[in-house]
Design a protein around this ligand. Sequence first.
Ligand code: MD6
Ligand code: FE
Length: 217
Amino acid sequence: MSADLFDFMEPQAHCESMGRDAFVLRRFALPFEQDIWGELQQVVWLSPLRHMTTPGGFRMSVAMTNTGRLGWISDKTGYRYDEIDPLSGRPWPTMPSAFKSLAKSAASHVGFEGFEPDACLINHYEAGARLSLHQDKDERDYAQPIVSVSLGLPATFLFGGLARTDKTLRTVLQHGDVVVWGGVSRLNYHGILPLKPGRHPLTGECRINLTFRHAGS
Ligand code: MD6
Ligand code: FE
């Protein structure tokens, strides 16, 4: 193999650890941004972003929708995955192949081979929107990792341990950053601090996060 070809194949993203089985791939999604952005417009046209209600009756500050066989929903009765979008009354839009291949490639980049996402939750943050500390535990099994793609405005991500009160690490997720975690970290608490106002050339005045999981059986 020539030196040139080898250089071309070197991963461009650089990988940081956030503890065991948790990684940030800086800028990993940049080469896919145009494809992802185009597909995203199709998805939100079919299943629009909406502010869901928490089981406690509060309106979430983050607007959400889904793509894939299963979609995550919250309402007064609780959190769950469903095949039907309650807003459109139809199945969630099919997961675009560009989404799936980005998620699978990020997972295998850090050693999680065979990731098969069947759910992609799309989070839309405007200035002030936040996601309080939570665990992702509505999936059927925890054997597969979670892959989370950040687009647009930067946000401060908190990453803690298995107890809500554990000390949290914080890192700023920038446009194109991809977080992958699984294994012993799969149920760690995490959250997003209130988004600061700003403008990004691709997304405008918002941050978009795509979170891929294997939710079903
Ligand atoms: C967000 N992310 O970045 C919210 N969950 O907007 C999450 O809640 C999340 O980034 C599980 C794994 C990775 C994540
Ligand atoms: Fe989460």
